[in-house]
Design a protein around this ligand. Sequence first.
Ligand SMILES: Cc1ncc(COP(=O)(O)O)c(C=O)c1O
Length: 412
Amino acid sequence: MASAFPSRGLAVDGVPVADLAGALGTPCYVYSAAAIRDAYRELDAGFDDRAHAIHYALKANSTLAIVRLLRGLGAHADANSMGEVDVALRCGFAPHEIVFTGVGKSRDELERAVMLGVHAINVESPGELDRLDQLAAARGVQARVALRVNPDIDAQSHPHISTGLRDNKFGVPIDLATGLFLDMTRRPGLRPVGVHIHIGSQITTLAPLAKAAEAASALARTLVSAGVPLEQIDFGGGLGISYDETPVPDRRAYVRTLVEAAGDIGLTLAIEPGRSIVGPAGLLVSTVVDVKHVPGGRRFVVLDAGMTELMRQALYGAFHRIEPVVPREGEAVPCDVVGPICESTDRFARDRAMTPVEVGDLVVVRDVGAYGAVLGSTYLRRPLPPEALVDGGTFTTIRRRQTLDELLQLEV
Ligand SMILES: Cc1ncc(COP(=O)(O)O)c(C=O)c1O
């Protein structure tokens, strides 16, 4: 998406980053609508004519304009909280297009999801099944349930974003699933509609995803032959993107792997991708506010963006490419690229080779479209930064910068 623009440096789909920074101020996030569309369509194409549903995982980026864009492409929604369910509804999704996931849903959340009639509540435990059954039966309705199974498979991703091991808090052990599904068929308040699995995020080899898909499909086959009236298998999300230009499986190959694992089972195949759709589509644009060379020691490049705008490096040491918008002549030297926050973890990169930068220069941090803005905070009373969506050679401000008054308005 971001490419060199003659003489004016980097551009996003023809719009110079310098113009975006001029209009919005920095730090700001910029997204490419074209990159989002292409990613969605690649996933979609992988299914060919198989019945399928792509539930976009709002947790990756739930800015209204992004969610609306995906709805316009035909996506359904995966919500991880009632707040995300409401965002999906506001963006025009019908309840039957929303799946509701979450490891600790409150009674109020379950009740609302049941009464809305969401497509599926992805249930995480036997206790949650009991609560849901009682709650739905008391209202004379049936909750549509997909049971999240934990297959005890190592996603080979960062431990902080791996969810498919027995030790993780997610789902019910897969060996208990058949019994729980058969039990569900006898409960007045439950309607078992699907098997759900999600083993983690930023998974960069297909093997663990294939293994998980095979386990979910085998379970679904057993259940269908036992007479459980399933409608779908939901393979979750998790496909990784390349933050450092190391090749990763492409989206179509990923989907084909799932389709193959499902074989000729006559169920709808659902996925819940987040990162693989929006991750590469976003840039964080920032201004250099200081350059500091400790004699005989490190060279620090201090940005006006920090862990308040991008938590991934502080949360799990994530790598992001960082580039000046208009590169200066000169040799690349190792720099620590850091933010302005009073935390030593507020560091984008250590010993990163950077061509010379000066105070006032613009830089971009790449691939922040997923788990960027959504994980932002107002720590140090830093108002939330703006976001822009570039589409067809022009841009729209899809979130303006928060003011300090807005940040403080809940307080006495
Ligand atoms: C249940 C569930 N579904 C989907 C996703 C989206 O994952 P990703 O952004 O890696 O595609 C997540 C994120 O971890 C999740 O927890």
